[in-house]
Design a protein around this ligand. Structure first.
Ligand code: HEM
Length: 457
């Protein structure tokens, strides 16, 4: 892609003409196309103005992306950019919405539960969960895989990450959580349409109107909280707490630098954070892997052969190439709490700066023939730093990235070992559809599955 035109320090980056309403209309209709057009016209750094948001400066060059992620140590605030749409669900103590010292304290405690020798040991249990799902699949007819992957990813969080053994409780949460997410999403749409400040004023009134989005959300959140708090209470009382390897048990044991453990409220917010950040994302990534595989017969064949040998290198390359060409999280904004000098521009405090992942991942300079699906590019060390960021970067990089990779590397081989997947005859590749803030396959990764002769494991 072209680089930005010459400019002088102090200027603001260029960007599409038109009012914020006109820009918002185009953005909502097709965010990927809108940003690609701006990129083609203005280069690797440009400004977009949308209704209800501060101006956003998008960057699409690896070096500029590195500079944006580096602001995590100074004026960049990832938490602030997520508060409006996540805080009511994940709570005030969530690392998703915090910044500064409060964020660091929570991140250290939750991070310690993920940075352990135990991660690899979760794979066997994840394979079991994948197989339970595969047992329920219809064969010989077209069906969407994303909902199946959502259940797998949710079960992995509840049973492996939280370590809940009571399957009835797992079933309860499995029913409640999608209800909570759906009602939170309707509330967010209302807040956007009515303007956030107007919505903040009337939300408490709406909560009292039975059947309203606010009332549904309140009820769903109360239901989930009741189960989560009950689980926390029981687990604190369990005698084998010290020996358990699941992540929730480690959170129960975690302390901050002063030796203070997490309160029940902090634990509830941490669990909700892991659900919010870890389940739809991983499910969408796995759905995309299958959507891509059924349209790349050579890659699919090779993957089946490689999985049979137990070697994970090609599998990992397929997952990465999928996340390069079909990123799940398209944008990773930072709200500026001070001016930022970047690429010769001075971006004012209060604005947002954001790497655009689809633009970054499709640069010819970083990835030769970027439109081609070629997992081999991830087999060497050729991918330039900051050119591939499916899990973000800087201090706010995805806390569950390693876990997500382990999960995908456990589930995908089980599927290709037991089933042969194909696209429905004549079906086109699926479009990238915005679902909440994620990019998901437009038809839910629709496939036809046929059982394979499974060699004994
Ligand atoms: C394929 C699956 C996943 C993708 C693509 C993904 C992607 C991301 C991205 C892009 C961010 C923001 C990074 C940034 O702003 O620089 C993020 C943050 C986060 N992710 Fe993930 N994620 C995935 C799975 C998971 C899982 C399984 C968990 C936990 C169980 C998790 C927990 C988190 C948390 C807690 C944060 C917030 C980190 C912070 O703000 O300090 N993610 N993830």
């Amino acid at each position: 892609m072209t680089s930005a035109p010459p400019r002088q320090t102090g200027q603001l980056p260029p960007g599409p003409k038109g009012s914020r309403f006109a820009q918002t209309g185009k953005f909502v209709r097709g965010p990927i196309e809108f940003l690609a057009k701006a990129h083609a016209e203005f280069g690797d750094i440009f400004k977009v103005t949308l209704v209800g948001m501060p101006p956003i400066v998008y960057v699409a060059d690896p070096d500029l992306v590195r500079q944006v992620f580096a602001t995590d140590r100074s004026v960049g605030n990832a938490g602030r950019t997520r508060q409006d749409f996540l805080q009511r669900m994940v709570g005030d103590n969530s690392i998703l919405v915090l910044d500064g010292d409060e964020w660091l304290r929570q991140r250290k405690m939750i991070g310690s539960a993920f940075h352990t020798r135990y991660l690899q040991s979760y794979q066997e249990q994840i394979r079991e969960i994948a197989n339970e799902s595969i047992d329920t699949w219809d064969t010989g007819v077209e069906f969407p895989l994303r909902p199946k992957m959502q259940i797998v990813a949710l079960d992995v969080l509840l049973r492996v990450v939280f370590g809940i053994k009571d399957l009835e409780r797992v079933a309860q949460l499995r029913e409640m959580l999608p209800r909570l997410t759906a009602s939170a999403s309707s509330m967010e749409t209302l807040a956007f349409v009515l303007s956030r400040s107007a919505w903040a004023g009337i939300e408490p009134i709406f909560r009292r109107i039975p059947g309203s989005a606010a009332a549904k959300f309140s009820k769903a959140r109360a239901d989930c909280d009741a189960v989560l708090y009950d689980e926390i209470r029981r687990r604190r009382a369990e005698p084998d707490n010290e020996q358990r390897k699941d992540i929730m048990s480690q959170l129960l044991r975690a302390t901050d630098d002063d030796g203070t453990p997490m309160t029940d409220l902090e634990l509830r917010d941490a669990l909700m954070t892991l659900l919010e950040a870890g389940y739809e994302t991983t499910a969408a990534a796995m759905a995309w892997v299958f959507e891509r595989l059924v349209r790349q017969p050579e890659v699919y064949r090779k993957l089946v052969d490689e999985c049979a040998t137990g070697d994970e290198a090609y599998l990992e390359a397929v997952i990465k190439e999928t996340m390069r060409t079909r990123p799940i999280v398209p944008v990773m904004p930072r709200a500026l709490s001070g001016d930022l000098e970047i690429a010769g521009y001075r971006i004012p405090s209060g604005w947002w700066v954001a790497p655009s992942v689809p633009l970054l991942h499709s640069r010819e300079e970083s990835f030769a023939s970027p439109d081609e699906f070629r997992p081999e590019r991830f087999l060497g060390d050729d991918v330039p730093k900051s050119a591939f960021v499916p899990f973000g970067g800087g201090r706010r990089h995805c806390l569950g990235a390693q876990f997500a990779m382990i999960e995908m590397k456990a589930v995908i081989p089980e599927v290709v070992r037991r089933m042969t997947l194909r696209a429905a005859p004549g079906s086109a590749p699926e479009q990238q559809k915005t679902s909440h803030v994620l990019l998901t396959p437009s038809r839910g990764a629709s496939v036809i599955a046929e059982p394979r002769e499974v060699p004994a494991t």
